[in-house]
Design a protein around this ligand. Sequence first.
Ligand code: NAD
Length: 480
Amino acid sequence: MKRYQMLIGGNWVDSVSGQTRELRDPANGEVVASVPEASREDARAAIDAARVAFDRGPWRKTTALDRGKLLFKLAEALTKEADALARLEVQSCGKPLAEAQFDVADAANCFEFYGGLATKIAGETMNVPANSLSFVVREPLGVCGQIIPWNYPLLMAAWKLAPALAAGNTCVLKPSELTPLTALELGRILTEVGFPPGVVNIITGPGAGAGEELAESPHVDKVAFTGGTVTGRKILLASSGNLKKVTLELGGKNPNIVFADADFEAAVDGALFGAFANQGEVCSAGSRLLVERSIHDRLVAGMVEKIPRVKVGHGLDPATKMGPLVSAAHRDKVESYIRIGVEEGARLVCGGKRPADPALAKGHFLEPTIFVDVKPSMRIAREEIFGPVLSVIPFDTEEEAIAIANDSEYGLAAAVWTKNLTRAHRVIRELRAGITWVNTYHPTFNEMPWGGYKQSGTGRELGLYGIEAYLETKQVNINL
Ligand code: NAD
């Protein structure tokens, strides 16, 4: 068993309390590693290190070109270790190896993308009604507390660190207590490629204590959070003490709308991928499938026929398309929703239980699950389950589809399947969601802004918007 330490001020350290947490492979319960269990005290040490690195370290004097070059080096180094990182990711959160490989490549691309953007940060000169040279400069925000979930451990770390570092900030990253290993490996790699001590600090520990300290601390200038909406609300309140800048990437209950004129096979595949990729543990999962009534039964039959292809198994088995859920507690939660669905009167057409294969008995596996006869008012159609449970809802008209789609407290992602381009544009315009797809599901680009309407969050990550969220704006007026 590998024993990891945390990265604080360029040093690898244990928690002050000496407490550790054992991490197990969710597919078989085998111990993978142990990590320090950080408390508030450890978080404070990490914040102090980031503060010193920002206020007094060499980082602020590092040119944008050199920051960009370091990010390029980091992308390259990550790519060299891609295979080992992908395997560790599988053992951490359970996802299939092919998906983990994609995540590692995407994380490297994210560092590369923001490496390129570092030198494009620019201000502007304004014409003002006075004899003044007036211009706007962009500056880093300062110390950023970054709190991330367990479903894309390395990729979420990249989404947070890359724009913050490109903009010249220093960071304290707190991965989920369930999946901190690839973030710690990332910490090792970025230290090796030459990021100065204290620029990136990584603490491993729970939200209670360590995470709360990041949100509350008056020495943190910004908190960037990805996780559940309930936690997001707490973070917003906790961060109000010093009015730190806040970005929140929260949950979703995303509508995937299939019209009768869609490419049928593509829609079936898209519905399955939207619902079951990454075990359905995706904020943007297409967990509500809205289907035009005239093709409803055929589409459901098409999905049920193909469901055996969503093969459940250990993520390292090349045949696996769906791994275990991240933890026993999380599987319990997902199973409770399956019971709720049945009690509410929805009908299971597949799944709903743990796989019978005895080889999977020690993991937190669940079969891909599809409910039909789902009414929009049911809890399984309204609440984020964050697991492999799809709720299928029929509709009769375009207006009804839009109304059902928007009838949610969330507004993260949405998709439309139709061959009618006019309809696609018309419907997309009406959907209250920050991320939309037409005739596809899930493609995510570093170049495009990611984030939600309504209670799916505030602010945007990725793209040019992502770096904006890590910059201050200063006006300068020189009397001539
Ligand atoms: P979570 O909210 O339980 O935890 C997320 C992170 O917050 C963890 O690091 C946790 O330790 C920390 N945390 C928990 N309570 C805290 C507190 N009071 N103060 C500070 N930190 C705290 O979420 P999770 O279960 O890890 O992840 C699943 C959720 O994440 C889902 O709701 C999902 O939709 C969301 N998510 C959203 C996006 C997005 O981009 N919108 C992406 C991935 C996941």
